[in-house]
Design a protein around this ligand. Sequence first.
Ligand code: NAD
Length: 310
Amino acid sequence: MKITVVGAGFYGSTTVQRIAEANYADEVVMVDIIEDKPQGLALDMMQSRSIEGFDTRIVGSNTYDATTGSDIAVITAGLPRKPGMSRMDLLEVNAKIVSDVTRNLVAQSPNAVIIVVSNPLDEMTALTATVSGFPKARVIGQAGMLDTARFKHFVAEKFGVSPSTVDAITLGSHGDTMVPVPSLVKVDGKPLTDVADQETIDWLVQKTRDGGAEVVGLLKTGSAYYAPSSAAAKMVEAVAKDTKADMPVCAWVTGEYGISDVYLGVSAQLGKGGVEKVTELPLSDAELEHLREAAEAVRTKQADVAQFAG
Ligand code: NAD
């Protein structure tokens, strides 16, 4: 099993570390344009193998030769947000980077499953699908795993319980039209709607929507990467091990929820073919309406971004 991660910044390097420490891959290749940076990080991580107890080899590179024949590729290359910026402010600069990275990846690994992370996420996922020419099932975006983990965190903190006892999911876009789904939240087996008033539910939903911006505001430079890399690494593992696990991801929808032909945050089974099946969840009428609004908002932006495909 060979996995490539493009971008050796905070998100990329922590993703490489998490994948390598899980010890199922033969090799993880980390590519970045900054000379010697991926090589230095790879050497450092390789020197942790005897302490952490893993055998996965980590290779750093400034070119794509080393990535040849990758089974899975993760695209984290691009600029992160600064305080006050929206993810959409990154569109033009990251579109150029992601298009270039995709072309290079595809030339070396025509059968890979690509997991996109760079922001704005929904648009960069659609762009990668267009530039790669891959079947849509083999191009997936990471956002819902992270937004869902944030939702679970805020619910767990509010009720003073372990996050492992919270069921929750977010759908929609990785942005203003994110759709946290309160009707499916359970706290220790009890529906959130039974244990919280509307004001508390609205507060939890807004905290989740603003989850990324809150971290950006505190860090001042750069954006979150510990929880984001956990999310991407979990998706990589599901594809690598062909688990068919259901997880919230940005996937191409073809009629689910009455929505077609757009990349949208939904729950999907991941396996060696990428997205194996989109799973439709029971939503309230209002949540379904919000999901459809999210689809129309991202559809327009995904069409706009096609101009960068070149
Ligand atoms: P970072 O600045 O730490 O790292 C980005 C890296 O990309 C840098 O090392 C840079 O040299 C590299 N890079 C730039 N152009 C490149 C190219 N053409 N080829 C190869 N490498 C290139 O940023 P980060 O914190 O690692 O974030 C990376 C991206 O992930 C950002 O766009 C950020 O907004 C996004 N992000 C997404 C989510 C999500 O949930 N989808 C969450 C957090 C961050």
